[in-house]
Design a protein around this ligand. Structure first.
Ligand code: FE
Length: 183
């Protein structure tokens, strides 16, 4: 009996350790404080990471927006509504409206996707390695809600040399007055 008791204690300890780790992993993303630059306020502000409810997103996003942001999809080249947009303003995350890119950093990469040479601030995008399609690429995600936005490559223009190749369907565009930008 004593032998079994020791065995059970070990199993319980292993379970506690394992479940405890899972809980802390969940907290690692949900609620974690991050710094994000807010363009309209002109300053960094603290935000909390959120994990979006997929069922809710299926109701609020189009099928394409859901596929691209939640299932790492890619829209067909030259199909995006914002590809040729030349208005002055801010490109935001379609899921959580985090400011991602300024129109000042948009350029025509001829690839068929909206392209930017830098984000609003380095804190306003998150990157992860993507080893699908037999090639190593760097994925770009929203730092707040985790939505998949596109990829970043090293063949962009000066001064950064980066090409943030972003799906139009992952973005919303907020036009700003030119006066606001020059102040
Ligand atoms: Fe987001």
């Amino acid at each position: 009996m004593r032998r079994y008791f020791g065995f059970i204690v070990i199993i319980v300890l292993v379970l506690i350790t394992f479940l405890g780790k899972n809980n802390s992993d969940a907290q690692d993303t949900e609620g974690v404080k991050i710094n994000i630059f807010n363009v309209s306020k002109g300053e960094f502000e603290k935000a909390s990471k959120i994990s979006s409810n997929k069922d809710e997103l299926r109701k609020t996003l189009t099928e394409e927006q859901f596929h691209i942001t939640q299932e790492e999809g890619t829209e067909a080249p030259f199909s995006g509504a914002l590809l040729k947009n030349k208005e002055t303003g801010v490109y935001q995350c379609v899921v959580c409206q985090t400011d991602l890119f300024l129109s000042d950093a948009k350029y025509d990469s001829k690839t068929g996707w909206p392209s930017f040479w830098e984000p609003v601030a380095k804190e306003n995008v998150e990157t992860r390695e993507d080893n699908s399609l037999f090639a190593r690429r760097i994925e770009v995600h929203c730092p707040k809600c985790g939505s998949h936005l596109g990829h970043v490559f090293d063949d962009g223009p000066a001064p950064t040399g980066k090409r943030f190749c972003i799906n139009s369907a992952a973005l919303t565009f907020e036009a700003t007055e030119k006066n606001d930008e020059t102040q």
